[in-house]
Design a binder for this molecule. Structure first.
Ligand SMILES: [Fe+2]
Length: 137
């Protein structure tokens, strides 16, 4: 492989890592914002606005992360995507309950999925970030 090709791959990995990292930061910020709003007893419309942003952002982010994992033939793909499916299902359930007027965001279920997302970012996403950086030499 030529030096030029090597540095192109390395640049791609570095760029992918930085973008994914930035997306995770946005996700965590939205999660924290949501928890704050719930704690402060913010109006339901404010809470559902932040929640909707979190859902939309998570969907887009998961898709781009999954595409990147496939491009890189990532070894933890199946389990990682399994986490994404589980998170989206739980977020959808919360959205449905919200829409029907039940304030479930403060319930244990919502809290546990929010914790799960943070945990996912700190573990599986971190593993993928490290994997991307290993390709940067
Ligand atoms: Fe992920």
């Amino acid at each position: 492989m030529s030096t030029e090709t090597m540095s192109t791959i390395s640049d791609f990995n570095q760029k992918s890592h930085d973008e994914t990292d930035a997306e995770h930061r946005v996700q965590v910020e939205l999660l924290n914002e949501l928890c704050e709003a719930v704690k402060k007893n913010a109006p339901p419309t404010v809470i559902s606005d932040i929640f909707q942003q979190l859902v939309d952002y998570s969907k887009a982010h998961f898709l781009s992360e999954e595409l990147l994992m496939r491009q890189m033939s990532y070894d933890d793909y199946e389990d990682h995507v399994g986490d994404h499916v589980r998170m989206l299902e739980a977020l959808d359930e919360i959205a449905e309950a919200q829409a029907s007027g039940k304030s479930v965001l403060v319930s244990g279920k919502a809290e546990s999925i929010l914790k799960f997302i943070k945990q996912h970012i700190a573990t599986r996403d971190q593993r993928f970030a490290d994997f991307l950086l290993r390709g940067v030499k």
